[in-house]
Design a protein around this ligand. Structure first.
Ligand SMILES: Nc1ncnc2c1ncn2[C@@H]1O[C@H](COP(=O)(O)OP(=O)(O)O)[C@@H](O)[C@H]1O
Ligand SMILES: [Mg+2]
Ligand SMILES: [Zn+2]
Length: 597
């Protein structure tokens, strides 16, 4: 078979053929046209991006029989020999295979003083130059310090950091970029057409993606696919022969995660497993995919930065809108773990299945976290107006000053600046309610009811519950009274938590039963001190709080009315006042009560 590998057959012969390194060809062409040649060039960058190719093109430019030119003739003996790698005056040294000092010294030092055999310049192309031994570097350095006029060095490396500074400082450096996948695709399309290979765009795009920014690797992948399936190639052929995970499967996985579709995820794993995919490789591909989504989320949509095609970006954008940045970061961490577990497990398939389901449900956890965080913000804002930062003593689990620091202060500035003498509390003040908010909302609801019982706390004071029982609570009314008191103390979150549970009161003890541990139950567990105080104040004895998990679904009045409430929420969304509130606080409607009912 006289099949010539694509990479060799399609090596660019001129600067115009070079893909994705326009900044380099432009500079080199300019230098040639203005006779500003250097004695030493250093080309760095990942493999298969055109370093050796560029060195050979430049060598042809220098030695072409038509004269030093940016457009060599490609026909003269010099051009032909350079292209074939057998020119007497263009000497290629692969430092990776010839690390022996003597060899390099022999080749460079001994032949350097000899004039070119036929051509204008003696050109040394040293590939993987970072592999040279110290002694070889020293020999090279000497010649670089005083290079004969007819000698030009072109060095290439994939590991720039391993090249000594002494060498670097004597070279003109060029960094070869990874080639954007769209450009790889275009080049592969030209090659496929020239080779009369019938391959769909989708399939070819997968091949381009497999190159990971290296044109040589993409071309080798195309070779592999052709030898696997002949000249008629589909996307399935490509993913099979290259062992790739298709974009389609990745998208299916993400979609199932977004929809928490456990069955869908299990089906994906089944498909991967039965078609013989490496599950660890899959989880790494999925990680890369999450990384793309995360980058897009930050607003970067350049195809070059992402290393994906324009077409993929549109779909990535749409998918990324389904997740928050936190989600994606969390997914990424979870996947890192899964990947490790798959590696160590005898049952990699189970690990992947469990891991993916975990990821899917991570979004639900986040939703609850989010709601709680917003409520905490609301809570701290409601107390922020009248209480100093010292009020944290009544909320030991979380210091309000920490919560407040999370608030976007721009939204919450007062229209009039706080008085000067209050400098020390400016930070807290600036995070007060926005204009119009405090009077119409906070005072009317929580405060008014509260003021009947407790003295209005004054600015800068600590809200201290009255020690002795000054209120009488009718038997059977304890739970309601406790909730009222918590509202008064501006703990809507705790009230909310109680409403998520089944609550019973017996003799100085409040029992809250949850179906399973969640953020609310945890929060209640952290609030023992608060309940003790509330008990002392309301009932004349410390209130003990017991949080239980019964493993069964707890049907609370709240859940019963959930449907009705959701309807109500829909109906108030268009109310202008509600809209304003939602926008100002980037809020979300958590509850609605029908005042007409
Ligand atoms: N920028 C490029 N433009 C066109 N083809 C390229 C490019 N980079 C690499 N190739 C293809 O890959 C092959 C190997 O490229 P090469 O220049 O040897 O890469 P490097 O020296 O950077 O590892 C070339 O023969 C060519 O077919
Ligand atoms: Mg090379
Ligand atoms: Zn020529």
């Amino acid at each position: 078979m006289s099949y010539q590998v694509i990479a060799r057959k399609y090596r660019p012969q001129t600067f115009a053929d070079l893909t994705g390194q326009e900044h380099i060809s432009r500079t080199l062409k300019n230098a040639i046209e203005h006779s500003r040649l250097h004695h030493a060039y250093l080309f760095s960058g990942v493999r298969g991006t055109g370093k050796t190719t560029t060195a050979r093109i430049l060598a042809k430019c220098l030695n072409c029989i038509t004269g030093v030119t940016s457009e060599p003739c490609l026909r003269c003996p010099s051009c032909v020999e350079v292209a074939g790698g057998n020119s007497l005056d263009v000497i290629e040294i692969d430092a990776a295979s010839n690390t022996g000092v003597d060899n390099v010294r022999e080749v460079i030092v001994n032949s350097i003083s000899i004039a070119p055999a036929r051509d204008r310049y003696k050109v040394f192309i040293i590939d993987e130059v970072h592999m040279l031994s110290n002694q070889a570097f020293n020999a090279l350095l000497k010649t670089l310090e005083e290079p004969p006029a007819h000698v030009i060095f072109m060095m290439a490396t994939t590991e720039l950091h391993k090249v000594p500074d002494t060498i670097l400082s004597r070279c003109q450096q060029f960094e070869f970029r990874q080639i954007p996948v769209d450009k790889i695709f275009k080049r592969l399309r030209e090659i496929a057409d020239a080779e009369q290979v019938n391959i769909t765009n989708e399939a070819l795009r997968e091949v381009a993606r497999a190159g990971n920014g290296s044109l040589r690797d993409a071309q080798s992948a195309l070779d592999q696919v052709i030898s696997f399936s002949g000249t008629k190639i589909t996307e399935v052929d490509v993913t099979h022969s290259l062992g790739l995970v298709s974009t389609k499967i990745l998208e299916q996985t993400i979609k199932s995660i977004a929809e928490r579709d456990t069955a869908g995820l299990l089906k994906v794993v089944e498909e991967l497993d039965s078609s013989g995919h490496d599950l660890r490789f899959f989880s790494r591909e999925l990680m890369t995919y999450f990384r793309h989504l995360l980058v897009i989320k930050t607003g970067i949509t350049s195809s070059d930065v992402l290393g994906v095609s324009e077409i993929e970006i549109a779909s990535l954008k749409q998918i990324s809108s389904k997740f928050s940045e936190e989600d994606l970061v969390r997914f990424f961490h979870l996947l890192t773990e899964i990947e490790k577990q798959i590696k160590d497990s005898l049952q990699p398939r189970f690990q992947l299945e469990i891991g993916l389901v975990k990821i899917a449900h991570a979004t639900r956890l986040r939703a609850l976290d989010e709601v709680i965080k917003r409520l905490e913000e609301l809570e701290s804002r409601l107390s922020g107006g009248n209480l100093s930062a010292n009020s944290s003593v009544s909320m030991p689990s979380k210091s309000p000053s920490v919560v407040r620091a999370d608030l976007p202060s721009a939204n919450l500035q007062r229209t009039t600046p706080p008085p000067k003498e209050n400098r020390s509390s400016v930070a807290a003040d600036s995070l007060d309610e926005p204009p119009g908010f405090s009077d119409s909302f906070a005072r009317n609801s929580f405060e008014e009811r509260a003021s009947a019982r407790a003295p209005e706390p004054t600015h800068g004071s600590i809200e201290k519950p009255v020690a002795a029982s000054s209120v009488s609570v009718a038997p059977g009314q304890e739970i309601e009274a406790i909730k009222m008191e918590l509202e008064k103390r501006r703990k809507p979150l705790i009230v909310m938590a109680l409403e998520e549970a089944r609550v019973a009161y017996e003799e100085g003890k409040l029992i809250a039963t949850f179906a399973s541990e969640n953020a609310f139950s945890k929060r209640l567990k952290d609030s023992a001190d608060l309940f003790r105080e509330v008990g002392e104040y309301l009932l004349g004895q410390p209130l003990r709080l017991e949080v239980k998990l019964n493993g069964e679904a707890v049907v609370t009045p709240l859940q019963e009315s959930r449907q009705a409430r959701e309807k109500l929420i829909e109906s108030v969304k268009d109310n202008p006042a509600v809209k304003m509130l939602l926008e100002t606080f980037r809020g979300e409607i958590v509850d609605v009560q029908d005042a007409t009912a």
